[in-house]
Design a binder for this molecule. Structure first.
Ligand code: FMN
Length: 364
């Protein structure tokens, strides 16, 4: 029943949605990483629900670094970050009626009713705040080494950014038939799709695409601890993630002559002319950007009558979910994927180059 990942750097998550708070323990981190508290706060604002398209819950995410940092630098000792909970409304949750497609039923089966079910308990998206804070410790150190990670929203519902078949007419046809949107001049389709779902007490999912640039060739292990395996394992830990895919979309329908990434020399370095492999071959980085897509399901908690069961009496019943929920998780998950990817990269660098891999300065 572990809640951790990582080989050289171990990331452990703890906390519950409506308990004292959520947090992360980072064990094995390099000493001498400059800790930028403003950057941590900034990253947390990117995950926080804020606009009309998000939940009305207020989550200020005031964090406390409880250990592992001294005089503004990591010490190399276990680094613990705690984020207290402030805005919780436990009365919105019914212990015996599991929300369809949330983790209430599976948690009950595993923890036999001892689980803290309030607000999804330990399975809540709230714990991702701790992952974002942890990511914010290593992201500046990675940037110092020329490694940059970026995630953008590629799809919301059926609206795909930059899709080839998304001519204005095509986009309008999808928007009209699926979402009832009729404004052909609107540029902010994705926002409207989320708003459309919110107004109907429904939810939508989407796809994020991430690129990690500046990685050296040679990171990762063959077979089971490859770069794809390690990233996928950690990203699948993020609640609501249902698929992670690397490299070119539909590479399976390409021919070898299209899919193969041919080699070339650029600025004295070995590169590939295309990057259909998504920067990984044999589980090991080839020095090209590592590219992957993460599919996020629609938010399970929707304020509609849905069929459920009473787990105590074993009777079928209905549930109309109360509480405040995002109509779409994708915009908030963006920074979580970035952060988790950064933690995996930090771990892989530490495996390959040792415990000083991320140190920004050496103090004797
Ligand atoms: C940032 C973030 C916020 C989330 N917020 C909600 C929410 O408000 N309501 C909800 O039902 N699920 C929310 N989720 C998703 C659930 O936590 C998730 O669907 C649930 O734990 C079951 O896990 P699974 O979908 O991975 O199977 C959120 C997920 C993330 C990453």
């Amino acid at each position: 029943m572990k809640n951790s990942f990582g080989n050289a750097i171990n990331i452990s998550l703890f906390g519950e949605s409506h308990g004292a708070g959520v947090g992360v323990l980072i064990d094995g981190i390099s000493p001498g990483i400059k800790v930028d508290e403003d950057f941590i706060a900034h990253q947390l604002t990117l995950r926080r629900p804020s606009e009309s398209i998000s939940t009305s819950r207020r989550e200020p995410d005031e964090y406390v670094i409880q250990s592992g940092v001294y005089n503004g630098y990591t010490t190399g000792a276990p680094l613990c970050i705690f984020i207290p909970n402030t805005d919780t409304r436990s009365r919105d949750y019914t212990p015996d009626l599991p929300r369809p497609s949330h983790a209430d039923f599976t948690a009950r089966e595993k923890y036999h009713g001892f689980e803290d079910y309030r607000g999804g308990g330990h399975f809540s998206g709230r714990l991702t705040a701790a992952l974002v804070a942890a990511g914010a410790i290593v992201i500046p150190a990675l940037r110092e080494k020329g490694i940059y990670i970026g995630t953008y929203i590629k799809e919301i519902g059926q609206i795909i950014l930059g899709a080839e078949d998304h001519t204005a007419e095509n986009l309008l046809a999808i928007a009209e038939s699926k979402y009832g949107l009729t404004d052909p001049h609107s540029i902010d389709w994705m926002h409207q799709v989320i708003e459309h779902a919110r107004e109907r007490t429904d939810s939508v999912g989407g796809v994020l695409e991430t690129a990690i640039v500046g990685l050296p060739a040679g990171l990762g292990e063959p077979w089971f601890d490859g770069v794809e395996s390690q990233i996928a394992r950690a990203v699948f830990g993020i609640p609501a993630v249902k698929s992670v895919a690397f490299g070119a979309e539909r590479i399976n329908v390409m021919r070898g002559s299209e899919a193969n990434d041919e080699f070339a020399i650029k600025d004295g370095k070995i590169v590939t002319e295309t990057n259909h492999s998504g920067g990984v071959q044999g589980g090991i980085t080839n020095g090209m950007p590592v590219v992957f897509r993460t599919a996020i399901k629609p938010t399970p908690s929707i304020a509609r009558y849905q069929k459920t069961v009473n787990m105590a009496t074993l009777e079928e019943t209905e549930l109309n979910i109360k509480g405040r929920h995002d109509p779409c998780i994708v915009p908030r998950a963006r920074i979580v994927v970035d952060s988790v990817a950064a933690l995996v990269v930090a771990d892989m660098l530490t495996v390959r180059y040792g415990s000083d891999a991320l140190s920004e300065k050496t103090k004797k």
